[in-house]
Design a protein around this ligand. Structure first.
Ligand code: NAD
Length: 665
């Protein structure tokens, strides 16, 4: 059977042969053994409902073994034998082009070159799943191949519930991931219900088929580091020779040295796992690899003296670096952290003074002891940062739950009011006021032809649109416009494409709309093939996350999730090709609700119409909410939008004088 026939077949009619696990694959860690015997039986019963009865006896044993050995049932046997990657859109069997575009995006998220644990259907973040098992993949692709443009596929955490009649204007796919009854949303609930096969952790762009490899995070980190330096340096002073100290060279964190180089500073990135550090060095994402502290100190002093722009990977624990640099009196301008503290007890954060191997042993054999070591380490970590901060270091939380977990460990990290943290998150100080409140966020696109020449053409179109807009933009958003013009000019040179032919840049509502409309025209004129547009969920409107995306909301509403829910509903009836809403994301299960969309631009008038109203709402929903929270920049942006768009009427806050409140209670 060829590729198309295999997709159309769905679950095969003959039991496929068992295959050995590919030696080169990066296997997902063994998950917690959390189910009771009855629950394990239920997990097997749940898994077997995808298959005909005559296979049950054989598969039951196999799935029980998978559950025992890996903590989950992935159904490895059913992984298709064809190579999974973003094929050109015409390679997919489909009755409607929108469905083919979605298949392409799913395949990109599961590409061996893109996904973190492709055999376990995990795209990134250790747990960011596209599907829970291979049966769900096979069925979903089959449904997409038979779908017309008057049907919608509803997906529950990777499980395709089915095709339902809808209309041409409805989304083709509606995705929910990890949506729980709120009282069942602790990390252990994820372990339990995911092991049972009834929910999954979709992260942000994993379960929504919108991941575009590492370039998204390189862009976001570059913008953050550049603006952090702007915050602390006198106007016009270069970051060259100034230190940015951080940790993690994993999936996302590996972007830090590359971003530091683009921003033009000295980046020092500690990484306990020598394999991860060496991989980033060999890929050219970091310039220098050092494995002992004395050499690191010497090399850093030299780089400072020479005002270098250089990135250094240090194989070792970040806590040791903070402490030693204090003893050596090495001044750190910027500090952050990107260890995986959204999963602190399962290997996201390695404690100081415990070897990497010993930590891994404790994780599986003595989790309580491991937890204590992590919390001790976090207290030391925070204490060392505090010492540097007292000398003038600017530390920011980069959305990895560092401050949250340090506070839970009892570290000296709380502000005097005992409510806020001592340090701001990157959204509070940088991305929130400088980007999100103005509507700037991670707009992205994928060329469905798979042709690099199409990507070049779209880069040119986007640059042209931004340059024309920048000539007319108010001073408040000039910096954002210029940063993104430079980014798109250099994007090809920076060789950021991994997987599908994709690009990211930050733009506001007007910019996103104008770029997308220009793409649609170019598709209609036959200059390029169809384009999928979308965005990261880490954006203006898509995500409610009190310790990250909405950490700069100060009216108390950051613990609500109305904005993300309105966004996904609003986008779905305004013409998105697919929409998704997730529990989870970067900060952790139960800590965030995030959503996104995908839209196919096929050059038609209908696509042009859909685009107009959907992008407008997708961005302005968040600006409206941010302005209601009294954020100054969002008030500016929404008033400007209302002047431009008379049919937009947003409720604006009346600001209260502090004196009125002083003696009330
Ligand atoms: N702000 C954002 O936009 C953003 C984006 C992506 C990811 N994140 C968050 O950043 C974190 C990292 O993401 P990732 O995909 O790189 O995860 P990852 O698990 O692939 O990488 C984290 C790395 O940190 C290393 N590490 C752990 N403890 C260490 C220690 N004490 N010292 C030195 N190294 C240590 C690990 O070995 C690992 O390689 C996550 O919590 C994620 O949610 C934030």
């Amino acid at each position: 059977m060829d590729f198309k026939e295999q997709i159309q077949k769905g679950i095969p009619t003959e039991l496929p042969a068992l295959k050995p696990y590919p030696a080169a694959a990066n296997r997902a860690p063994k998950r917690k053994d959390i189910l009771s015997i009855e629950e394990k039986q239920l997990a097997i019963r749940n898994a077997l409902r995808y298959f005909p009865k005559q296979w049950h006896a054989e598969l039951a044993k196999e799935f029980a073994q998978e559950l025992k050995t890996f903590g989950r049932i992935y159904m490895y046997r059913f992984k298709p034998t064809y190579k999974i990657y973003a094929r050109p859109i015409d390679a997919y069997p489909a009755k409607c082009k929108q469905a083919a575009a979605i298949m392409l995006m799913i395949n990109n998220n599961l590409d061996n070159a893109v996904a973190q644990h492709p055999e376990e259907l995990i795209t990134y973040g250790g747990n960011g799943a596209v599907f829970q098992n291979w049966a769900q993949y096979l069925l979903t692709m089959q449904y997409l191949s038979m779908m017309t443009d008057e049907q919608t596929l509803h997906m529950y955490s990777g499980h395709p519930m089915g095709l339902f009649p809808s209309s041409k204007n409805a989304p083709r796919v509606v995705v929910t991931n990890g949506m729980m009854i709120p009282n069942y949303s602790t990390p252990n609930d994820w372990e339990k219900f995911n092991a049972m096969g009834v929910t999954q952790y979709g992260q942000m762009t994993a379960g929504s088929f919108m991941y575009i490899g590492p370039q998204g995070i390189v862009h976001g980190t570059t913008i953050t580091v550049m603006n952090a330096f702007r915050k602390i340096l006198p106007e016009g002073e270069s970051p060259a020779g100034k230190i940015f100290l951080t940790a993690g060279l994993g999936g996302m964190s590996g972007a830090q040295p590359k971003a530091g180089n683009i921003a033009g500073c000295i980046t020092i990135c500690a990484e306990v796992n020598s394999k991860a550090a060496t991989k980033r060095y060999e890929q050219g994402w970091v310039d220098v690899l050092i494995d002992n502290m004395d050499s690191l100190v010497l090399r850093v002093k030299e780089a400072k003296e020479k005002n270098e722009v250089v990135s250094i990977a240090f194989i070792g624990n970040i806590v040791d670096v903070w402490e030693r640099f204090d003893v050596e009196d090495i001044f750190i301008h910027l500090g952050s952290d990107q260890t995986s503290l959204h999963i602190p007890w399962t290997g996201g954060y390695y404690p100081v003074d415990v070897s990497y191997e010993e930590s891994n042993r404790l994780i599986s054999e003595d989790p309580e002891a491991f937890k204590e070591k992590v919390q001790d380490s976090l207290r030391r970590h925070a204490a060392a940062i505090n010492k540097h901060n007292s000398k003038g270091t600017y530390f920011f939380d980069y959305g990895n739950a560092f401050l949250l977990e340090a506070s839970r460990a009892g570290a000296d990290i709380m502000a005097e009011n005992k409510i806020d943290f001592k340090y701001a998150s990157y959204v509070q100080d940088i991305l929130g006021p400088m980007c999100f409140d103005y509507g700037f966020g991670p707009f992205r696109w994928v060329c469905t032809s798979g042709n690099p020449a199409d990507l070049d053409k779209t880069d040119e179109i986007a640059m042209d649109v931004l340059e024309k807009m920048a000539a007319q933009s108010p001073k408040e958003i000039q910096l954002q416009m210029q940063d993104n013009i430079i980014w798109i000019k250099d994007a090809k040179k920076n060789k950021l494409v991994v997987g599908s032919q994709a690009r990211i840049l930050y733009a506001d509502a007007e910019g996103r709309f104008k770029i997308a409309a220009a793409f649609n025209k170019a598709v209609a004129a036959g200059e390029i093939g169809a384009i999928v547009i979308g965005r990261d969920h880490h954006d203006v409107s898509g995500t409610d996350s009190p310790y990250r995306e909405t950490s700069n909301i100060y009216d108390g509403s950051k613990f609500t999730a109305d904005m993300a829910i309105h966004n996904v509903i609003g986008d779905s009836f305004r013409g998105a090709t697919w929409v998704s809403i997730h529990n989870g994301g970067g900060v952790g299960w139960g800590e965030v609700i995030n959503g996104g969309f995908g839209m196919l631009l096929d050059g038609t008038e209908a696509a042009a119409e859909r685009l107009k109203s959907m992008i407008f709402y997708d961005v302005n929903n968040g600006i409206a909410r941010r302005s209601w929270a009294r954020n100054e920049e969002a008030l500016f942006a929404i008033k400007r939008e209302m002047e431009r768009t008379p049919s937009l009427k947003v409720t604006l806050p009346n600001l209260v004088d502090d004196n009125i409140l002083k003696n009330l209670f």
